[in-house]
Write a protein of this length. Sequence first.
Length: 411
Amino acid sequence: MEKVKKHFIIIIAITLLGELYFYPINGSFRFSIGVVALNIVLLVIDDFNEIKLSIFTGFSVLILRIFLGIITTNNGTIEIIVTNLPASIYYMLYGIIAYAISLRKHRDNPLRVILSLFLIDALCNIIEATIRQDLNLTLFKFILLIGLIRSIVAFGFYIIVESQKNIIRKKEHQKRYIQLNTLVSNIQAELFYLKKSTNDIENVMNLSYLLYENIKDNDKINQDALNIAREVHEIKKDYYRVLNGFENFLKEFAKGESMSFKDIAFIIEGNSKRYIEERNKKIEFSIVINDNIYINKYYSIFTILNNLITNSIDAIEEDGYIKIVQDIIEENIIFTVIDNGKGIGDTLTPYIFNPGFTTKFNKNTGIPSTGIGLSHVKNIMDELHGDIKINSNKKETEFIMSIPLHSLKIQ
């Protein structure tokens, strides 16, 4: 139904634009803007068959002009039909010829498209003028000139429309790319804790089995310990399958991939500004990239910066600023994240990277946050052989991260 409605609107629009016209010479022959609209539709809209479009448009033009002739002139109905029938035939022939020469298949060739539109326009006009018995040398020259102008104008509009489509497609692609990179970055961060849990599971299984070995004189406890060891072993196998699946996904996704710091900054900036808007805060956000180099382990940088930025946003009450600066000093990449939030006291600073440590609580429930964000950061920094320091006071908090260049596999 939506498709029929769209096609109906297109036909009506072309028909109405057909009433914007001028007469080049005395007689009933006239040039209208409707042909330009028809050309644009033929080039832009693929789901409307050329022949159907031209036939329906031809009938629509005829009906409208018969109606206008009846209410604006004293001519009889037959005379009005005879006068306007050639214009209807013009539109019908236009689409038929466009279909016959496969106009739409050559839209990537500007010269061919313009020439084809010009020839179709000129040929249909010559046929119409012949039917009207108005064709002469002067009109023939006008037909060629107007045909060329209308063809160039129509193709120009087509180029504009396609440019807008490309911009929209690029934005959509960019949006999906950002979402995918953010998702993979989050998965990579969670893998640190999945890996840690595998060691815990292994320890529980070993302890259960040791208990089974050591308590031979109590059959019930001995059997329970063995059952626990078996169950934990099954859990461990399932856990490894999930962990390996995620790791293989990340390896395949990032295989041979690299990303520049400016691209990373672009994605992080977009995500951060959306997060700021969701929190209804007025925070000035900026990223300064001084060395636009390419790295392979860019998900690590995503995870580190996203966690620190989220903490900064949460630390700022209503308005403030967050600034990130990247530099290279002595074969180390330096990232500095600065915010003017409420800060972290000196007594708390030594504990902020401990798993579970948090100073954030839900205002409504009083439930503390998980406290794993900064421990994520510390784990990643350790894996990259990097170092993270914090300077904080009531006015400003500054996280300084130093990562060896070779740890990020610079290309």
